[in-house]
Design a protein around this ligand. Structure first.
Ligand SMILES: C[S@@+](CC[C@H](N)C(=O)[O-])C[C@H]1O[C@@H](n2cnc3c(N)ncnc32)[C@H](O)[C@@H]1O
Length: 244
């Protein structure tokens, strides 16, 4: 009711503006919209403890809910045979993806964390413990991966410091099949002032990586799909087989 009144009041104000006033209003909106988005994003981050209190079917999943929806859309579109995730934490994101695979009828998750913090179990999930970039962990990932019959996607959500992300991108890029994605999470660290203590974070690692790896391109539409995102420049699509 209140919304309807506000909408009709706005319509009547707009109706009574002349051309110059409408053009000014459009310009003000263009300037104000990014600020409003930024303020809303910051408030949402504070309200949810940077999404640390979000749950998936009662299990903690440390993800921006808008980004998780984009992930769901990507999984439904790409139908990966395997998703390799670094950064298990309490297992919420791995479980989310495994449940999507249950609904789709196919797919596996391999998830890695330097320490075991989860109590989740699911037949589609292989849990590995170790430093994501250590030779032993990478050998275990290769073992668990086997020879999948469909696309392989990678999600990097462990230590978000530039150096570690850069090492992970190099180590995990060869697993990504042509046409599939590497999602490098939490470049927001390099954007929002409230995260500045974590810098340099993923973004400079992404910038360096794409310069050296022309077989990967940033999928900007996917990155910007929901206007606010924790993963600016984070969706990298492998456009060609490249050197593995
Ligand atoms: C942001 S949390 C992952 C959240 C999880 N993907 C989710 O959505 O619920 C990051 C995790 O990365 C792990 N981590 C940090 N450094 C790591 C490393 N070098 N190798 C593997 N995991 C690491 C931490 O232990 C932590 O649990």
């Amino acid at each position: 009711m209140a919304n309807g009144i506000a909408r009709s009041a706005a319509r009547s104000v707009w109706h009574n503006l002349d051309g110059a006033e409408r053009s000014l209003a459009r310009r003000v909106r263009r300037i104000a919209a990014p600020l409003v988005q930024r303020w809303f994003f910051q408030d949402l981050i504070e309200k949810t403890g940077n999404f640390s209190t979000v749950t998936w079917l009662g299990r903690p999943i440390w993800q921006n809910v808008l980004d998780v929806w984009v992930l769901q859309e990507t999984i439904a579109e790409l139908r990966p045979a395997v998703i390799i995730e670094s950064g298990t934490n309490r297992g919420g994101s791995a479980l989310f993806m495994a449940h999507l695979f249950d609904l789709l009828g196919d797919g596996r998750v391999i998830t890695i964390d330097i320490e075991k913090q989860h109590t989740v179990t699911h037949p589609r999930i292989t849990f590995l413990t170790g430093d994501s970039v250590s030779p032993a962990t990478l050998a275990a990932v290769r073992d668990a991966l086997g020879a999948p019959a469909g696309p392989v996607m990678v999600i990097l959500d462990s230590d978000h410091r530039q150096q570690h992300v850069a090492a992970e991108m190099e180590a995990y890029a060869p697993f990504v099949t042509s046409g599939s994605y590497m999602l490098v999470q939490d470049g927001v660290i390099d954007v929002l002032p409230s995260f500045r203590r974590g810098r340099p974070g993923p973004r400079p690692a992404i910038t360096d990586f794409v310069l050296r790896h022309p077989e990967f391109a940033i999928d900007r539409e996917r990155c910007e799909r929901m206007l606010i995102t924790h993963h600016p420049d984070g969706w990298l699509r492998r456009t060609a087989a490249g050197a593995a």
